[in-house]
Design a protein around this ligand. Structure first.
Ligand code: ASP
Length: 305
């Protein structure tokens, strides 16, 4: 029995690839990495690696992670420049480094040592991203709000019962250089533990980190909740906690899977879609109805990141 689930409609190609690998008896690490590679290389996906949104200095700075639920080994990279496949660097950290998290030039030099190929700026940064950057600079001058961020988060459960979670993102558009989102932060943007399950998140990283969405979801599944019950409980409680503390709550969404391959998904905003596939079933995309909708809740404060 195998299963996979991933965030957003653009993950369809990743779920298809991961499914092929899992169906052929491949392992969850390869399935997650190779599935995410397709999205990282796709210039039409404007929030992940090649083609991704730029930071406030017009640079493409990438975050990624991978966690193996059987070994609890983890690899995270943040603020990486000049690579098309940050998830491969994350995998290398997980498999070859004694550390869990490497950032910036340290992560880039580690990737070089591992023989991971660099990519030219001309390949990584698309004209559309540069154009948007110029437009956003004007918006900032006019003190308008900048929006734009998404992540591919993918969970794969292989036929040996190993569950893996992985993420890759260019993070928040116009972010301050050096900003790290939730996607490479253990327990926030991702978590995995064989038997209990795995979770990945997408949405504004600052809010997801404050509320540790992924580890909380896995802990609830471990305690016996179904994936859907766990996902709804965490998104509802995290959103309410931020609003009740008097702050603006931005969008948050998670997808999760337990050790049996059962899945759940929850969000606090309209428009979140995920894609999944199980053994014997074609990849399918599902639009999620928010368990709580921040669009309908007055927020008095604004983020400034
Ligand atoms: N969570 C990502 C970040 O904050 C962006 C997203 O998934 O929307 O970097």
């Amino acid at each position: 029995m195998w299963s996979t689930i991933s965030t957003w409609p653009f993950s369809l190609q990743a779920v298809e690839k991961a499914s092929q690998i899992l169906a052929a008896g491949g392992n969850a690490v390869d399935a997650a990495e190779q599935g995410i590679h397709l999205v990282e290389s796709d210039p039409k996906v404007d929030s992940v690696a090649r083609g991704g949104w730029l930071n406030a200095k017009g640079e493409l700075e990438l975050d990624a992670a991978m966690m193996h639920g059987g070994t609890l080994r983890v690899g995270c990279v943040a603020a990486v420049k000049g690579f098309e496949h940050p998830v491969t660097i994350a995998r290398a950290v997980m498999e070859k480094s004694k550390h869990n998290i490497l950032v910036g030039t340290g992560a880039e030099e580690f990737a070089d040592k591992c023989g991971i190929e660099r990519a030219d700026e001309d390949r990584l940064i698309m004209p559309a991203a540069r154009k948007l950057y110029e437009e956003n600079l004007k918006k900032l001058e006019e003190e308008q709000e900048i929006v734009g961020h998404d992540t591919i988060g993918l969970i794969a459960l292989d036929q040996s019962g190993n569950i893996v979670s992985a993420t890759s993102t260019s993070g928040a558009s116009m972010k301050t250089p050096g900003r790290v989102g939730d996607s490479p932060i253990i327990g926030s943007g991702f978590y995995a533990m064989n038997g209990a399950g795995a979770c990945v998140a997408t949405g504004l990283g600052e809010d997801i980190m404050r509320t540790c969405c992924s580890h909380r979801t896995v802990a609830l599944m471990e305690a016996g909740l179904s994936p859907q019950e766990a996902a709804d409980k965490v998104i509802y409680s995290a959103t309410r906690a931020i609003i009740d503390a008097g702050y603006h709550c931005d969008c948050m969404a998670i997808v999760c899977m337990n050790g049996k391959g059962e899945i759940g998904a929850s969000c606090n905003h309209q428009g979140f879609t995920y894609t999944y596939a199980h053994e014997g079933q074609e990849p399918t995309s599902v639009v999620v109805t928010p368990i709580i909708d921040i669009g309908g809740i007055p927020n008095e404060t604004k983020h400034t990141c």
